[in-house]
Design a protein around this ligand. Structure first.
Ligand SMILES: Cc1cc2nc3c(=O)[nH]c(=O)nc-3n(C[C@H](O)[C@H](O)[C@H](O)COP(=O)(O)O)c2cc1C
Length: 456
């Protein structure tokens, strides 16, 4: 049954054992998760059961923050993982409807190899592959590719725009009907139906054609994220989905308007780009049950893990402070956040939490609670109805066209979302009850681009 009513787009982000840094310590969560393809297969099956649009895998080609001994890396589970592109290739063979969206960098990949790899998986999945395009701002990653630090934002984004143009040009190398495979005449393909790319730009020189037939989707749907003007411009120009991290309705609406407000100058309409903020949900049939699930995971979080995560978000080092006493006001001063601003990140969330900690005299434990639920994205502890209410409000007030579900622990929190929240969204007509398309573009309601280029 297809609803003509606007419906939410839903992605499930599989991040190792879950988005909470101590998820791996929970009973029922496999500590091996990030390195186990069966864990990813289980996650994809959950998403497919919920008729979700796609599964998503974030990525950084590095062990993160490895040089900062204040960060309790050795107690967190997400430091080693499978390469998401390869994991999606494996998932393509064992799933039928759900879209597959791995993350990969435009700074640390070459567009010819990448076009070939992704086109291959789109064929293997019969048109269900997408791509989360990142330009890579992480120093640990840069040091794995011969650099001492990330490339500046302007260069990163210019390279990304050229990278996308080369990809699409290569994906258009062969017309959809180029291959005759005519055994009688012996004609395998029509020479007039492949196209040279002959791209020569500031970052790449690529002749083409690609040695993989045109992807079933033509071009793969692109997701991207980022708060800076460069990142928003790249999204408005090239992306089909913009993935955001906003913990409040107000921030999400401002971001929604800011990104969508840039579409017209690129000849695009508001419906051409879907805004999908992240949501991290602790779900119970009752409010108390949901709260108990949150408390259970906070109880297994080592204090130094919490302190390390606060440091990563520009808080001072709070090692040694008592857990259940208010954090000293002196430590919650926002005027020493210059370094965060220098790093190009407007520490809006850090400032908001520091102000709140001072005003409400939050204890260190309470700071951890806020940081672990709703710091970098919408965090909720609630029942199916209260969570659906909040999602519906964002969806109907230009804050979101859908959501990236970030389960704090896997598979439990993903199961809860699919078995408890999705039926509530379906009851309200806000989410599909059956898949009606076979490709990711179809799920997202995106037109398949026609091939282009000149005959050889
Ligand atoms: C919700 C969200 C998810 C992100 N996921 C990734 C990721 O998986 N890998 C990555 O390298 N960067 C990721 N980023 C970082 C962005 O791609 C971008 O580089 C960063 O936000 C800095 O943006 P800027 O270049 O506009 O300053 C993510 C950002 C956001 C907001």
């Amino acid at each position: 049954m297809t609803s003509s009513r606007r419906q939410m787009k839903l992605g499930l982000s599989i991040a190792s054992a879950g988005y909470h840094y101590s998820a791996w310590r929970l009973p029922g969560v496999a500590a091996l998760s990030g390195m186990d393809i069966n864990h990813h297969i289980q996650g994809a099956a959950i998403a497919e059961r919920g008729k979700m649009d796609f599964v998503f895998m974030a990525d950084w080609a590095s062990v993160m923050n490895v040089t900062d001994t204040r960060i309790a890396l050795d107690k967190e589970h997400a430091q080693v993982k499978l390469d998401p592109v390869l994991a999606c290739a494996a998932l393509a063979a064992v799933t039928t409807h759900v879209g597959l969206v791995p993350t990969a960098s435009t700074t640390y990949n070459h567009p010819y190899n990448f076009a070939r790899r992704m086109a291959s998986i789109d064929h293997i999945s019969n048109g269900r592959l997408g791509w989360n395009m990142v330009t890579s701002t992480n120093i640990d990653e840069a040091m794995n590719f011969g650099l001492d630090g990330p490339i500046d934002s302007d260069t990163r984004h210019a390279r990304a725009a050229e990278f996308v143009a080369v990809l699409r040009g290569l994906w258009d190398s062969w017309d959809d009907d180029a291959f005759l495979r005519d055994k009688a005449s012996g004609q395998y393909f029509d020479r007039g139906k492949f196209h040279w790319l002959n791209h020569e730009g500031a970052h790449f020189k690529v002749r083409g054609p690609l040695d993989t037939a045109r992807p079933p989707q033509g071009w793969l749907p692109i997701i991207t994220a980022g708060a800076s003007v460069n990142a928003q411009e790249l999204a408005a120009r090239e992306a089909d989905i913009c993935y955001g991290g906003q913990p409040s309705l107000d921030m999400a609406r401002r971001y929604y308007a800011s990104v969508k407000g840039r579409l017209a100058k690129h000849g695009r309409d508001a419906g051409d780009l879907l805004m999908m903020p992240g949501i991290m949900a602790y779900i119970g049939r009752t409010q108390q049950e949901a709260q108990d699930k949150f408390d259970a995971i906070q109880d297994v979080m080592n204090t130094d893990v919490g302190i390390g995560q606060l440091i990563l978000n520009h808080f001072p080092d709070l090692t040694g402070y008592p857990l259940d006493e208010p954090v000293p006001e002196l430590m919650m001063r926002t005027d020493n956040l210059g370094s965060a601003r220098l790093a190009g990140r407007e520490p809006e969330m850090t400032i908001a939490l520091m102000n709140r900690a001072r005003e409400e005299k939050l204890t260190l434990r309470q700071l951890f609670d806020v940081a672990m639920c709703g710091f970098w994205s919408l965090g909720v502890i609630g029942t199916p109805a209260s969570i659906a209410d909040m999602m519906e409000e964002w969806f109907t007030t230009e804050a979101a066209d859908g959501f990236m579900v970030q389960p704090p622990y896997m598979p439990g929190a993903a199961d809860d979302f699919v078995d408890l929240v999705i039926p509530e969204l379906q009851r309200r007509g806000l989410h599909r009850t059956e898949y009606t398309a076979t490709t990711l573009r179809g799920h997202l309601g995106l037109r398949r681009p026609a091939g282009r280029g000149v005959a050889a």
